[in-house]
Design a protein around this ligand. Sequence first.
Ligand code: NDP
Length: 245
Amino acid sequence: ERNFFENKTACVTGAGRGIGRAIAVRLAQLGCRVIAIGRTEDYLIDLAKEHQNIVPVAVDVKNWTATKTAIKPYLPIQLLVNNAGILMLNDFLNIKREDFDESFQTNVRSVISMTQEITKDLISRSMPGSVVNVSSIASEIAAKKFMIYSGTKACMDAFTRNMAGELGPYQIRVNSVQPTVVLTDMGKAAGWENQQQSAPLLAKTPLGRFAEIHEVVEPIIFLLSDKSSMITGACLPIDGGYLVT
Ligand code: NDP
């Protein structure tokens, strides 16, 4: 495993906190140089103290041009994790135009700008690559107030399949993961610490619990690595069995 990751550059978006932060640290430990992208510079500077392989790059992934410019100096980037995401909860009847624009620009449009810049460069160098998109079980199900978020993740999974089709001939694989609730800042903000809210979801989860951060990180590492060399276009649930019930 170590051999695969050594001497490669990885890029993780939304690396300042939560799942993205843990992915960045793990990849750095495995020997990658990690380009850690996030909005808040302080979080990234703090993250960079955790490992010398981590390069903090503060940029808002909603900004198409700025993102592309920010990553250019670090190409070629063989491994990409599109993890940056926001959750704007609202009932359907109250959804604002801003909810849609902010959410789709952050969770979805950034997947195009980032992946395009990185894979165009790989193709020009005839280098293989692997991309993992951090989707959600919300892609597959309806939940109260989750319509916009759920839509962004369903779109992300559709992008995953389409990019896998187009980039496969260049030996660039594209997969997504669909985690259930993780109690990061986002998971907490969505109210999942509240037992009344979480009980029905947990009752429908065969493993009977939410995911820990490392349980999301390790499948992502697998999908980035050559251990998954024949897997592309897959959307992998990390849900304790929720989607089969
Ligand atoms: P957090 O809210 O804890 O962290 C999100 C990270 O994304 C932050 O570092 C944030 O930056 C960054 N980010 C958000 N918007 C932008 C932007 N415009 N530009 C750059 N960076 C941005 O979330 P999680 O770690 O929980 O979530 C990570 C991913 O996992 C998301 O895509 C989420 O949808 C998905 N997911 C999460 C689940 C959960 O229950 N937590 C379940 C299923 C999927 P900053 O620190 O500056 O705010």
